[in-house]
Design a binder for this molecule. Structure first.
Ligand code: NAD
Length: 428
């Protein structure tokens, strides 16, 4: 079969598969296979040299039966309406599986942000909101940072919205800097959330976490806090992380058989997640090829870098000892590799459950903005643990009761919740 490359066609195919398992009515499927609303924008911007340039932007609202749409904004040259549609649909399922009262949305502008000056970026962010302000907001659709966008950009967009509406409205967007309406704990949220689900999986599989070994791919935001959580909260050992070396233009695995020290490695890692090879070698770390992380003798494999890393070629290299695959990254496993994992009995914590700690804490940010009252980091992380633990529980129970794998179970829980909300509102 030819590889499916259109992200939206893939998202629809995944949905159709679970709709079959759930026996969903034809009209309900017609509703959920497509976004409820899409905005296509042509945005003219005056550049610093006085010329005008027109940008193509999108905002897609997939489904808001359970609450306001939620999802990031990407500034990327390869953005298309179909990538935005797929990501918006996946956000609907992610918010539903985490059981936070939000729907799914996503947006983007087709551009390479590195080609714009700070002033040009600010004008573009403000113009994006001038085009969309009537259809976004705390009760309608709440954007956030994603690939190519930053907390500063969220600040400009929040300011533009507040000026137009005449009301300070920090909850119209999340991912704002702390002190500018952002939430404490957001930096740790996704990585720690991954570890809360790993802890629950180990409990169900009766694995002793204090003797457990993990191998991690990536050393950016998610991987750094997942590594810290695995060691500090579960008492386990992390034998490697991996990273993309921007100078050498290749990936490396940075290993230590008696366990890495994440704080030390973070002190020699730049803002893009590249570790200093020289400093690591000096401190006794071994630098191996980028594909070595997957071969390690470990109980838990934790991909936290890119999509498609566990595929038909690499899945064969997974060590016999591996019992859990915790998908910190979005889409790290291809369908072919998934079949092999099933056959080998490796327990998969699917991405939209495993990495839902990020959006859950964005939801907490919106709640704090609404109350105009801010929680301590401890409060945020305790609430996050409760949410992630019960999300895991819901999916695990579904997998047992329906005798399905965790990924199908997660889709079943999510789609079931969205369908129920539509029914309760009288849409069907
Ligand atoms: P990041 O940019 O902070 O870090 C990415 C890391 O991956 C870096 O260390 C980079 O060097 C490494 N990397 C890149 N290419 C690699 C390669 N070929 N081999 C090995 N390592 C490589 O990104 P992040 O925020 O940590 O996100 C990682 C994944 O998690 C992505 O799939 C993202 O969509 C997903 N995710 C992130 C969040 C979040 O809150 N940050 C939430 C949900 C999902």
């Amino acid at each position: 079969m030819a590889e499916m490359t259109n992200a939206f066609a893939m998202a629809q195919q995944q949905f159709d598969h679970v709709a079959d398992l759930l026996g969903l009515d034809h009209q309900v499927r017609e509703m959920l296979r497509w976004p409820m609303r899409e905005y296509h924008l042509r945005i003219p911007i005056r550049m610093d040299d006085g010329t005008m340039r027109v940008f193509q932007g999108y905002r897609v609202q997939h489904n808001d039966a359970r609450g306001p749409n939620k999802g990031g904004l990407r500034f990327h040259p390869a953005e298309t309406i179909d990538t935005v549609r797929a990501l918006a649909m996946w956000m609907t399922w992610k918010c539903a599986v985490a059981d936070i009262p939000l729907g799914g949305g996503k947006g983007g502008i087709v551009l390479d942000p590195a080609t714009l000056s700070a002033d040009e970026k600010e004008r573009l962010c403000r113009a994006f909101i001038r085009n969309l302000w009537r259809v976004v907001g705390p009760r309608q659709d709440v954007p956030a940072p994603d690939v190519g966008t930053t907390p500063q950009m969220m600040g400009w967009m929040m300011d533009e919205y507040s000026r137009i509406t005449g009301q300070y409205t920090p909850g119209m967007i999340t991912g704002k800097p702390v002190g500018g309406g952002g939430s404490l704990g957001r930096t740790e949220a996704t990585g720690f959330g991954v570890i809360y689900t790993v802890r629950e999986a180990m409990r169900r599989l009766k694995l002793d976490s204090s003797n457990a070994v993990a191998a991690i791919q990536g050393f950016g935001n998610v991987a750094q806090y997942a590594a810290k959580g695995f060691i500090e909260q579960l008492g386990g050992k992390v034998v490697c992380v991996s990273y993309w070396d921007r100078e050498d233009r290749t990936a490396y695995t940075c290993s230590k058989a008696d366990g890495i020290d994440p704080d030390f490695l973070m002190s020699i890692t730049d803002q893009y997640g590249t570790i200093s090879k020289d400093e690591a070698t000096k401190a006794g770390y071994q630098i191996e090829g980028g594909d070595q992380w997957i071969t390690k003798e470990a109980d838990v494999l934790l991909p936290a870098a890119l999509e498609g890393q566990i595929n038909a070629d690499t899945v064969q290299n997974i060590h016999d000892r591996v019992k859990i695959l915790a998908e910190g990254a979005n889409g790290p496993t291809t369908p072919e590799a998934d079949d092999v994992l099933k056959a080998r009995g490796i327990f998969v914590i699917p991405d939209f459950l495993c990495n839902a700690g990020g959006v859950t804490t964005s939801y907490f940010e919106g709640v704090q903005n609404d109350m105009n009252f801010y929680w301590t980091k401890k409060e945020v992380l305790e609430k996050l643990d409760d949410k992630m633990t019960s999300a895991f529980e819901g999916v695990y129970e579904m997998s047992l009761s329906q005798n399905v794998f965790m990924r199908d179970a997660a889709y079943m829980v999510a789609i079931h919740r969205v369908v129920k909300a539509m029914e309760l509102r009288g849409w069907f």
